[in-house]
Design a protein around this ligand. Structure first.
Ligand SMILES: [Mg+2]
Length: 322
């Protein structure tokens, strides 16, 4: 199916993963924490939101994903602690001037700073956060997981491990780990085949949680994104994103755009749900499905535009094509 050298279509889809993520994020930014909207409510890259953000500007979801992507673009193995240290350091640097940092992520990053900025202290802080709060299933690891899939297109087993390990730098909860594994495997499958299948990774989830996740996907398919009102929780965020994708299949060639608009109309954590949906839609349809008017204004930390993001995605897959 894939021998490290991607076809032109697969390469377009690999680039689509990051551009789809950023497009969903920037589209949802202006509606964050707003209410659900009706089906005919116009959605555009209006900017604003809690940043406030400029029209076309992405938020923390894409910024944190870029930090992972930058390290992956060096050809690094993300299972190596030295590389995870680099990711955590980059997140720290970003968070110092970021317009928005998720509550759980900020708490973990600042706690880890006291013990020396790196993967070990971040994991420790994430576990302590989980113990203290009794849960740590925010959507903050799922929202940034897409580039991990690009780093393991030729290694499904490695991807299962890396999705969980990168997630656990800030989110200890197994629910968050499961969600990252499921979504990354769906993204990988999308890039390689052009197909959308959120169930492709169910066999890689622990057997005692597999049925639960399967039911959650079923529920998403017969619901609307707005039904997942607690979408700051990783489970509802994934269900909202999957619902947005699964209920807009009739949009045909406009599926990427329609799916992202639907995700935003779900309300609440709009940018994150749309960023999650965008990673998978971009994987299946490629960067060529991202509307030109969005591509033209997409930008954000660290002073990057759509072309920069495309180059980053390209370097992740190129660095492994040998
Ligand atoms: Mg955000």
């Amino acid at each position: 199916m894939y021998d490290r050298i991607l076809t032109a279509d697969q390469r377009d889809r690999a680039v689509g993963v990051l551009l789809g993520t950023a497009a969903g994020d920037a589209l949802g930014a202006g509606y964050e924490f707003g209410p659900p909207r009706p089906d005919d409510y116009p959605i555009a890259m209006i900017g604003g939101g809690i940043g406030p953000f400029a029209p076309g500007e992405w938020t923390d979801d894409t910024s944190m994903a870029i930090a992972i992507a930058e390290v992956a673009a060096t050809g690094a193995d993300l299972l190596d602690d030295a590389e995870l240290d680099r990711i955590v350091r980059r997140w720290h640097g970003w968070s110092r001037s970021a317009k928005d940092v998720g509550i759980q992520t900020r708490s973990v990053l600042s706690a880890s700073a006291h013990a020396g900025i790196g993967a070990a202290s971040a994991r420790q802080a994430a576990a302590e956060h989980h113990d203290r709060a009794g849960r740590s299933g925010g959507n903050g690891s799922l929202m940034r997981t897409a580039p991990v899939a690009l780093a393991y297109l030729s290694d499904e087993v490695g991807l299962v491990e890396a999705a969980r390990v990168v997630g656990e730098l800030t989110h200890f909860d197994p629910e968050a780990g499961d969600a990252c594994v499921l979504w990354c495997l769906a993204i990988r499958h999308g890039v390689l085949t052009g197909e959308i299948d959120a169930r492709i990774g169910l066999g890689r989830i622990d057997s005692d949680r597999r049925e639960l996740w399967s039911e959650r996907l079923d529920v998403a398919e017969r619901s609307r994104p707005a039904d997942f009102t607690k979408n700051g929780w990783v489970v509802h965020a994934l269900q909202g994103a999957w619902s947005a994708i699964a209920t807009t299949l009739d949009a045909g060639g406009n599926h990427l755009k329609s799916g992202l608009e639907s995700a935003v109309r779900g309300g609440h954590d709009t940018d994150t749900v749309a960023a999650i949906a965008g990673g998978l839609l971009g994987a299946a349809y490629g960067v060529s499905a991202v509307p030109v008017e969005w591509m033209e204004i997409l930008h954000g930390w660290p002073g990057m535009d759509a072309a920069g993001l495309a180059d980053l995605a390209d370097r992740i897959v190129s660095s492994r094509a040998s």
